[in-house]
Design a protein around this ligand. Structure first.
Ligand SMILES: [Zn+2]
Length: 194
Protein backbone atom coordinates (compact mmCIF):
# COMPACT_ATOMS: atom_id res chain seq x y z
CA UNK A 1 0.00 0.00 0.00
CA UNK A 2 1.13 3.51 -0.75
CA UNK A 3 2.91 5.66 1.83
CA UNK A 4 0.90 8.58 0.56
CA UNK A 5 -2.26 9.46 2.40
CA UNK A 6 -5.38 8.16 0.66
CA UNK A 7 -7.13 11.53 1.04
CA UNK A 8 -4.35 13.24 -0.92
CA UNK A 9 -4.63 10.79 -3.82
CA UNK A 10 -8.43 10.97 -3.87
CA UNK A 11 -8.66 14.75 -3.72
CA UNK A 12 -5.57 16.28 -5.33
CA UNK A 13 -5.21 16.28 -9.11
CA UNK A 14 -1.71 15.95 -10.63
CA UNK A 15 -2.58 19.15 -12.56
CA UNK A 16 -2.57 21.03 -9.26
CA UNK A 17 -0.09 19.22 -6.99
CA UNK A 18 3.34 17.89 -7.82
CA UNK A 19 3.40 14.15 -7.13
CA UNK A 20 7.00 14.01 -8.38
CA UNK A 21 7.92 15.65 -5.04
CA UNK A 22 8.49 12.52 -2.96
CA UNK A 23 8.24 14.53 0.26
CA UNK A 24 4.61 15.29 -0.42
CA UNK A 25 2.67 12.74 1.63
CA UNK A 26 -0.55 14.27 2.99
CA UNK A 27 -3.47 16.37 1.85
CA UNK A 28 -2.65 18.92 4.56
CA UNK A 29 0.89 19.36 3.18
CA UNK A 30 -0.58 19.95 -0.28
CA UNK A 31 -2.90 22.66 1.10
CA UNK A 32 0.01 24.33 2.90
CA UNK A 33 2.19 24.31 -0.23
CA UNK A 34 -0.59 25.80 -2.33
CA UNK A 35 -1.45 25.13 -5.92
CA UNK A 36 1.47 24.08 -8.14
CA UNK A 37 -0.05 24.20 -11.58
CA UNK A 38 1.31 21.77 -14.18
CA UNK A 39 3.48 23.53 -16.79
CA UNK A 40 1.46 21.92 -19.56
CA UNK A 41 -1.84 23.16 -18.11
CA UNK A 42 -2.86 25.70 -20.77
CA UNK A 43 -1.79 23.53 -23.74
CA UNK A 44 -3.57 20.59 -22.15
CA UNK A 45 -6.80 22.48 -21.45
CA UNK A 46 -7.17 23.79 -24.98
CA UNK A 47 -6.00 20.72 -26.94
CA UNK A 48 -8.48 18.02 -25.96
CA UNK A 49 -5.61 15.48 -25.77
CA UNK A 50 -5.83 13.09 -22.80
CA UNK A 51 -2.89 13.20 -20.38
CA UNK A 52 -1.17 10.07 -19.09
CA UNK A 53 -0.64 11.85 -15.74
CA UNK A 54 -4.35 12.38 -15.10
CA UNK A 55 -5.19 8.90 -16.44
CA UNK A 56 -2.56 7.48 -14.07
CA UNK A 57 -4.21 9.49 -11.29
CA UNK A 58 -7.55 7.81 -11.99
CA UNK A 59 -5.84 4.42 -11.91
CA UNK A 60 -4.15 5.35 -8.59
CA UNK A 61 -7.52 6.37 -7.13
CA UNK A 62 -8.96 2.92 -7.88
CA UNK A 63 -5.91 1.33 -6.30
CA UNK A 64 -6.19 3.22 -2.99
CA UNK A 65 -9.83 2.12 -3.01
CA UNK A 66 -8.74 -1.53 -3.09
CA UNK A 67 -8.00 -2.46 -6.70
CA UNK A 68 -4.64 -3.50 -8.14
CA UNK A 69 -2.44 -2.09 -10.87
CA UNK A 70 -2.60 -5.06 -13.20
CA UNK A 71 -6.41 -5.09 -13.26
CA UNK A 72 -6.69 -1.32 -13.63
CA UNK A 73 -4.19 -1.19 -16.51
CA UNK A 74 -6.00 -4.01 -18.20
CA UNK A 75 -9.32 -2.13 -17.83
CA UNK A 76 -7.66 1.04 -19.08
CA UNK A 77 -6.50 -0.73 -22.24
CA UNK A 78 -10.20 -0.85 -23.28
CA UNK A 79 -11.04 2.88 -22.92
CA UNK A 80 -12.50 4.11 -26.22
CA UNK A 81 -9.79 6.77 -26.64
CA UNK A 82 -6.86 4.35 -26.13
CA UNK A 83 -5.64 4.83 -29.73
CA UNK A 84 -5.69 8.65 -29.48
CA UNK A 85 -2.63 10.78 -28.92
CA UNK A 86 -1.72 11.29 -25.24
CA UNK A 87 0.45 13.72 -23.32
CA UNK A 88 3.30 12.03 -21.49
CA UNK A 89 5.76 13.43 -18.98
CA UNK A 90 8.27 11.79 -16.67
CA UNK A 91 8.97 14.97 -14.68
CA UNK A 92 5.91 17.27 -15.10
CA UNK A 93 8.10 19.82 -16.90
CA UNK A 94 8.80 18.35 -20.32
CA UNK A 95 5.85 16.95 -22.22
CA UNK A 96 5.74 14.87 -25.37
CA UNK A 97 2.90 13.40 -27.38
CA UNK A 98 2.70 9.65 -27.67
CA UNK A 99 0.36 7.24 -29.41
CA UNK A 100 -0.22 3.48 -29.39
CA UNK A 101 -1.50 1.09 -26.73
CA UNK A 102 1.90 -0.21 -25.49
CA UNK A 103 3.43 3.26 -25.00
CA UNK A 104 0.25 4.75 -23.54
CA UNK A 105 -0.19 1.90 -21.04
CA UNK A 106 3.44 2.20 -20.05
CA UNK A 107 3.09 5.97 -19.49
CA UNK A 108 -0.15 5.56 -17.51
CA UNK A 109 1.47 2.92 -15.32
CA UNK A 110 4.51 5.15 -14.74
CA UNK A 111 2.29 8.02 -13.69
CA UNK A 112 0.16 5.82 -11.38
CA UNK A 113 3.35 4.58 -9.72
CA UNK A 114 4.65 8.14 -9.24
CA UNK A 115 1.32 9.14 -7.65
CA UNK A 116 1.29 6.03 -5.42
CA UNK A 117 4.96 6.72 -4.57
CA UNK A 118 5.99 3.28 -5.74
CA UNK A 119 9.03 2.25 -7.76
CA UNK A 120 8.37 3.96 -11.10
CA UNK A 121 10.78 1.66 -12.94
CA UNK A 122 8.97 -1.49 -11.88
CA UNK A 123 6.11 -2.76 -14.06
CA UNK A 124 3.00 -4.88 -13.66
CA UNK A 125 2.56 -5.06 -17.41
CA UNK A 126 3.48 -8.16 -19.39
CA UNK A 127 6.75 -7.40 -21.19
CA UNK A 128 8.26 -8.83 -24.36
CA UNK A 129 11.45 -10.83 -23.75
CA UNK A 130 12.82 -9.69 -27.11
CA UNK A 131 12.24 -5.91 -27.16
CA UNK A 132 11.09 -5.18 -23.56
CA UNK A 133 8.02 -3.45 -25.05
CA UNK A 134 4.63 -3.75 -23.38
CA UNK A 135 2.63 -6.78 -24.46
CA UNK A 136 -1.05 -6.13 -25.02
CA UNK A 137 -4.00 -8.34 -24.29
CA UNK A 138 -6.00 -9.74 -27.17
CA UNK A 139 -9.15 -11.77 -26.59
CA UNK A 140 -9.23 -14.74 -28.93
CA UNK A 141 -12.20 -17.02 -29.65
CA UNK A 142 -11.61 -20.63 -30.63
CA UNK A 143 -14.33 -22.60 -32.38
CA UNK A 144 -15.11 -25.94 -30.79
CA UNK A 145 -16.03 -28.78 -33.11
CA UNK A 146 -18.13 -30.96 -30.91
CA UNK A 147 -20.02 -32.94 -33.52
CA UNK A 148 -19.53 -36.61 -34.25
CA UNK A 149 -18.43 -36.02 -37.82
CA UNK A 150 -15.42 -34.01 -38.97
CA UNK A 151 -16.12 -30.27 -39.30
CA UNK A 152 -19.49 -30.56 -37.59
CA UNK A 153 -20.69 -29.19 -34.32
CA UNK A 154 -22.84 -26.59 -32.66
CA UNK A 155 -20.51 -23.67 -33.34
CA UNK A 156 -19.58 -23.20 -29.70
CA UNK A 157 -16.65 -20.91 -28.95
CA UNK A 158 -14.17 -20.70 -26.13
CA UNK A 159 -12.53 -17.46 -25.05
CA UNK A 160 -8.79 -17.17 -24.40
CA UNK A 161 -6.81 -14.15 -23.17
CA UNK A 162 -3.52 -13.87 -25.05
CA UNK A 163 -0.76 -11.33 -24.35
CA UNK A 164 1.37 -10.52 -27.37
CA UNK A 165 3.98 -8.00 -28.45
CA UNK A 166 2.60 -5.95 -31.37
CA UNK A 167 6.20 -5.18 -32.49
CA UNK A 168 7.59 -8.75 -32.54
CA UNK A 169 4.64 -11.11 -32.84
CA UNK A 170 1.68 -11.49 -35.22
CA UNK A 171 -1.73 -10.66 -33.80
CA UNK A 172 -3.10 -13.86 -32.26
CA UNK A 173 -6.11 -15.43 -33.93
CA UNK A 174 -8.56 -18.08 -32.85
CA UNK A 175 -8.27 -21.70 -33.90
CA UNK A 176 -10.39 -24.83 -34.01
CA UNK A 177 -10.60 -27.27 -31.12
CA UNK A 178 -11.83 -30.79 -31.82
CA UNK A 179 -13.88 -31.90 -28.87
CA UNK A 180 -17.17 -33.51 -27.99
CA UNK A 181 -19.43 -33.45 -24.97
CA UNK A 182 -18.42 -36.96 -23.90
CA UNK A 183 -14.73 -36.18 -23.91
CA UNK A 184 -11.91 -36.63 -26.35
CA UNK A 185 -11.33 -40.36 -25.86
CA UNK A 186 -14.95 -41.24 -26.54
CA UNK A 187 -14.93 -39.08 -29.65
CA UNK A 188 -11.86 -40.84 -31.08
CA UNK A 189 -13.27 -44.27 -30.32
CA UNK A 190 -16.53 -43.46 -32.02
CA UNK A 191 -15.19 -41.59 -35.01
CA UNK A 192 -12.57 -44.13 -36.12
CA UNK A 193 -14.91 -46.80 -37.52
CA UNK A 194 -16.83 -44.10 -39.41
ZN1 LIG B 1 8.69 -7.33 -28.64
Amino acid sequence: MTEREKELILKASPCEVNYFDRNLLTFRQALEKGRELCLNYSACESGGIPCALTCGWEVAQHIVNGSNLKKELNDFSYVPFINNEFWKSVNRRDFERIRGKPDVLSAVEHSARIILREDAFDSSLERCAKCDGVKILEIVYDTIRDGLFPCSGGGKTRRRDVYYCPKCEPKPAGGIIEEDDFGDAFFRKLSKPL
